[in-house]
Design a protein around this ligand. Sequence first.
Ligand code: AMP
Ligand code: MG
Length: 407
Amino acid sequence: MIEPKEALRIILDEVKLQSVEKVNLMDSLGYVLAEDVFSDMDIPPFDNSAMDGFAIIASDTVGSLRESPKKLTVLGSLRAGDVSNVKVVSGSALKIMTGAPTPAGADAVVKKEDTFLNDNEVSVLSEIKKGENIRLAGEDMIKGEKVLSIGTCLKPQQIGLFASLGKSKVKVFKTPTVAIISTGDELVEIDESLKPGKIRNSNTYSLTAQVMLCGANPLSLGIARDNVADTKKKIELGLDNSDVLLTTGGVSMGDYDVVKDVLGDLGAELKFWKVAQKPGMPLAFWRLDDKLIFGLPGNPVSTMVCFEEYVRPAVLKMMGRKLIFRSEVNAVFEHDLKKKSGRVFFVRVNVRRKNGEFYVSLTGPQGSGILKSMSLADGIAVIPSDKTLIKTGDKVKVHLVNLPEDH
Ligand code: AMP
Ligand code: MG
C-alpha cells in the first residue's frame, strides 16, 4: 500500500507528452498549443482612430470650452478601411470613423460627442490632449513579441488572436484516446432490463463524461465479464485503440477479480496496487509500452474519485496542459468527523463562500457506492492520513471539482 502522493508521483512520472499535429484554426478550440507563438507584425498595423470624430492637432484646442469653442475647417471625411492623403494642418480637421488610419499631421481625435458641426466648420467643445483617442500601431502586439506560450489551452480569445495574426493553422498536442472497460458479471447496460442480482453499469457513463471534460476522446468498450477470456479480449482491444486504458472493478481480492492476472499475462508492468485512501483503496496502475493503464475500483464513487485525483492530472499532462490540478482552497469544515489513521479520506462536500472564507459541508453518506452524495458534491475535501478527528471549524484542503470553468 502506498500513499496517495506517492501514487500520483509515480503516475505523473510515467506520462509522455502526446505528439504534435497541425489543425485548422476553426478546429483548435479546446486543444493545447504545442508551440510558442510570436507576432510577425505590429497589431494594429497602423495608428488609427478609437472613436468616430475628427482628427485634429491637439494644440489647436487649447482653451476650448463649450461656451467658447475653437473652430476648425473640415477637410473631408475618412471611413474605416480607407486611407487619406490629406494632411491636417493647424486650423483644420478631418472627419474620421473608428478604425480609420489617422491622417498625416493629426495628433489626436476629438470624439463626435464633443463637437458641433456646422457645414464644413467643426466646433471643438473641450480641450483635447495630444494622443487622445488614437490607437498606436503595435499597442496590442509588437512584431517579434511572444504572444502565446506552449501549453495554453485554446479558448475563443486565443483563437481570435491567431485570426488577427492571419494564422489559419495551429500546432497542437494530439488528443489522447482513453478507452473505458467496465468489468463485472453483475452489470447490465442501461437500456437492458434488471434481473435479480444485477445492477446497471454506471461507471462507463460517469467515466466517459469525465474523460470528455478533460478534452480527451473517450472510447467506451462496454462490459467485460469476470473471466479471463472476455476481460483479455476487451483489454487487448482497448490497448490497440487508445493511449490510456481505464478498467473499473475486478482489482480487489474477490475470486473473480481477474484484471490484474490478465494484465500480468499481457506483459504490463504493475507500478503499484493499493493506495492508502478511502474511497479507492484497490487502485492499480500499470505501464505497457507507451500506454498507461489504470485499474479503477468498481464502486462508482471510488472510480470517479480516482479519476479526479489520478487519471485527470495524467491525461491533462499528456495533452500538454500547464495546469493539471483542480483549484485547491482551504475551507472551514462544518462537521465533526472521526476516522482511522493510515488512510487519506477524500470526502464529498458542498462548497460555500461567505465573507471571503470557504466553508464545506458533507453532501451525504460517504460509502463508496453512494453516487447521490457524489452527484451533489462540488468539492473533494482531503483529510490527511494521520488525522483521526476533524472538528467543526477545523480547516481542510478542498479540491474544487465542479466549477463550470476550471482552467
Ligand atoms: P469490484 O471492484 O469489481 O469488486 O466492484 C465493487 C463494487 O462496485 C461492486 O458492488 C460492483 O457491483 C460495483 N460496480 C462495479 N462495476 C460497476 C459499474 N460499472 N457500475 C456500477 N457499479 C459497479
Ligand atoms: Mg467486480
